[in-house]
Design a binder for this molecule. Structure first.
Ligand SMILES: Cc1cc2nc3c(=O)[nH]c(=O)nc-3n(C[C@H](O)[C@H](O)[C@H](O)COP(=O)(O)OP(=O)(O)OC[C@H]3O[C@@H](n4cnc5c(N)ncnc54)[C@H](O)[C@@H]3O)c2cc1C
Length: 421
């Protein structure tokens, strides 16, 4: 179809926001529908009543290499809301041995940092890094542990934590090829691409609120409490959307983007093949104000916590692929994770500060080779309906970068700017 004059974007997570903004800024009339009372989906901030302060629903680390995310952040004018160390420095602590090191890839693409013991992972040699090249040629069905030796020190201290964080899937089940793509786009581009970027205040202040502001400037409408219940089709086109608030007829020259999570999309489009296996993420937040010279984050090897982030008033823990912890009572989990946090930031183990545990049972789809086969393209068999979301076929894991890239791709498809990915 030619460029639509009005598009309903359903779901105001990052995918829906990226799509809605692109369309609105191209002069298309946009209505962004969101079932919840607020935008942001799985990437947002809120006031936690127990802690008495604002927290993020998860610790979302961006890298300078995240091209779609950076384009989006520039589009919404939010660069100045990002902060971080300004250099590619990744401090680690091994809980089993107490050893610490800082991974410091050099800025350029030629990885001479592996030659410098002070820059590479403790206990590894320059040769330890060579097998990682095999990830790039991994067969589609291979999992990470089939390509990299799980008994190697570098696996335990670098590849495993990176794979689990990037794929939100254990290395024994995660796609080697997808992990290879993550490594290619990050470490493979050199340290300048690996500079970590964090929201100065919170996820919503950086990624959501400025986007809603830009959308309204571009005359896009945003409706909360607007849950899509069903879709109606006529031959090869979408004809109507049935929302909680009423039916929207989709006229000739109008279109829609479905930017809802995979299970919701599969319910709305019964013949859709979409990922149907998921992994949990567990976050723990401890209310404690740290000095500004404390590390921005620490990677914990061999603990229960995996990454600990310093935020305003909070130390916050992420455990990815955390299905094993999902049924553990929060009262048991909080002290276990706190011991890792205290060790990582050199704090006294007693008393434990006020805490909150947030469990996301279906945080992302499982990035297994079989599930990757189930990711659909942006285009559907209906001429005026496109799909977006971190679960669509972006070639990236379920991340901020993937979600935003999917929103751009769906908008470009409707604008006739690109083939479906
Ligand atoms: C705890 C946690 C930690 C994470 N950490 C990281 C990280 O460190 N780095 C990273 O890059 N990524 C991370 N992610 C992943 C990242 O948050 C997601 O990939 C991204 O936010 C997904 O965006 P999305 O727009 O595809 O989906 P969503 O954010 O799920 O947005 C979908 C939207 O659709 C709405 N919706 C649902 N049903 C309907 C309906 N019927 N009608 C209307 N609206 C509907 C939902 O309310 C939601 O707002 C993390 C995720 C979680 C949960």
């Amino acid at each position: 179809m030619s460029q639509p004059h009005r598009v309903h974007v359903v779901g105001a997570g990052l995918a829906g926001l990226a799509a809605a903004l692109t369309l609105a800024q191209s002069g298309v009339g946009v209505v962004l529908h969101e079932a919840a009372p607020q935008a942001g989906g799985r990437c947002r901030s809120y006031v936690d009543a127990k802690l008495g302060c604002r927290i993020d629903n998860g610790n979302h680390l961006l890298l300078a290499a995240n091209r779609a995310a950076m384009r989006y952040i520039d589009l919404i004018g939010a660069r100045a809301t990002l902060t971080g160390p300004g250099v590619a420095e990744y401090p680690f602590l091994d809980r089993a041995t107490g050893e610490r090191w800082v991974l410091r890839p050099n800025a350029g693409k030629i990885p001479w940092w592996v030659l410098a013991p002070s820059r590479r992972v403790k206990g590894t040699s320059p040769f330890s890094y060579l097998p990682a090249r095999r990830l790039m040629q991994a067969p589609a069905q291979a999992v990470v542990t089939e390509i990299l030796d799980p008994a190697a020190t570098i696996f335990r201290r670098l590849w495993q934590p990176l794979a689990v964080a990037a794929l939100n899937t254990e290395a024994e089940a995660g796609s080697a090829r997808l992990f290879g793509e993550v490594v290619r786009q990050s470490l493979g581009q050199g340290g300048a691409a690996c500079i970590p970027l964090l929201p100065r205040e919170g996820l919503s202040e950086t990624l959501i609120d400025p986007a809603l502001g830009k959308l309204s400037t571009a005359h896009g409408a945003f409706r909360t409490g607007s849950r899509l219940r069903s879709l109606a089709f006529e031959s090869d086109r979408l004809a109507a959307l049935d929302f909680d608030g009423g039916v929207e007829t989709v006229l000739e020259g109008e279109a829609a983007i479905l930017a809802v999570p995979a299970p919701i999309a599969a319910r709305l489009l019964p013949d859709l093949v979409a990922p149907d296996e998921f992994r949990a993420i567990v976050n723990a937040h401890y209310r404690i104000a740290m000095h500004g010279d404390a590390p921005w984050f620490v990677g914990v090897i061999g603990g229960t916590a995996e990454w600990v982030f310093r935020k305003p008033e909070i130390l916050s823990v992420t455990v990815s692929a955390a299905d094993r912890l999902i049924d553990m009572p929060a009262e048991e989990l909080a002290p276990i994770l706190w011991r890792d946090v205290a060790a990582a930031f050199d704090l006294a183990a007693e008393p434990m500060p006020p805490w909150q545990i947030v469990k996301e049972k279906r945080a992302t789809f499982a990035a297994t080779p079989a599930q990757l086969q189930r990711r659909p393209k942006a285009a559907t068999r209906w001429t005026n309906l496109a799909l977006a979301g971190d679960w669509t076929d972006t070639g990236l894991p379920a991340t901020i970068e993937g979600a935003i890239a999917s929103g751009f791709a769906a908008a470009d498809l409707l604008l006739g700017r690109a083939e479906s990915r």
